[in-house]
Design a protein around this ligand. Structure first.
Ligand SMILES: [Zn+2]
Length: 255
């Protein structure tokens, strides 16, 4: 038992906070490329982020929240607007997504396309209950009390599927292109199905930029951010597309 707990805590320490600088490549001509970073969480974050060892059913519904949203710090509970990623002890209101109706529709369609063929549904109509993940789209990390360089998004991550959690996909006040927002959302949602970062530019889970549109690549890849490293839970590489299919299963055919 002790061993189990220690191993679990170690996983949490290694992988619990994921700060992503994904998608800035699209703006590389005008912005310095700003990568994400991994860091050890503060003790209070570990407390908030050590999830149950019982693996939840993966969320089949992902709510893309366009409107402003108030989120307070605490153990993740999307249904009640609580997130472990918000600055400790604070409550914040993240502003509305800055794009137009047209760009929003394009964004939702783009995200759906990234997960095509999988048993998951994206909606921009607020679901009831707690069996879903919320992606708050819009704002910047300062809006949840985080300082530092511009980052694409944030998601809780422990290498296993998570449910009833809030994921953030920032639009930096409208500076990001739709494709960048789309790839950020797909990346962050990938984390809540247990996907690690890969070291392969074309994969959505990679920080590497400058090789065109990203997809969930169906090939076993090395993990890493700016250099290769071992994958979470000592997995021998990661096939992002195959992992999602294993976790979510194939889409049901609609008649
Ligand atoms: Zn990430």
């Amino acid at each position: 038992m002790r061993h189990l707990i220690i191993r679990f805590l170690t996983t949490a320490l290694i992988a619990v906070i994921c700060l992503v600088g994904v998608g800035v490549g699209a703006l590389a001509a005008t912005l310095r490329i700003q990568g994400g970073e991994w860091r050890l969480p503060e003790p209070h974050e570990v407390k908030a982020l050590v999830y149950s060892e019982v693996e939840p059913e993966p969320a089949r519904t992902v709510f893309l929240q366009r409107e402003a949203m108030t989120v307070r710090f605490g153990p993740d509970d999307a249904a009640n607007g609580v997130s472990s990623l918000v600055a400790s002890g604070t409550t914040h209101t993240i502003p509305r997504y800055r794009g137009t109706n047209k760009t929003w529709k394009r964004l939702v369609a783009c995200v759906e396309d990234k997960f095509a063929g999988l048993d998951v549904r994206f909606t921009d109509v607020a679901p009831t209950g707690n069996d879903h993940v919320v992606v708050k789209v819009g704002g910047k990390q300062r809006d949840i009390g985080k300082k530092g360089k511009a980052i694409g998004g944030l998601a809780p991550f422990n290498g296993k599927p998570l449910n009833n959690v809030i994921v953030f996909a920032f639009d930096q006040g409208g500076r990001y292109r739709t494709r960048t927002n789309c790839e950020t959302i797909a990346h962050e949602v990938g984390h809540i199905y247990g996907l690690d970062h890969t070291y392969h530019c074309r994969d959505i889970m990679s920080y590497l930029q400058g090789c065109g549109k990203k997809t969930f690549v169906e090939r076993t890849l090395a993990c890493g951010e700016h250099e290769m490293r071992e994958c979470v839970a000592s997995r021998p590489g990661q096939n992002s597309a195959a992992h999602l299919l294993e976790v979510l299963g194939p889409a049901h055919e609609e008649h």
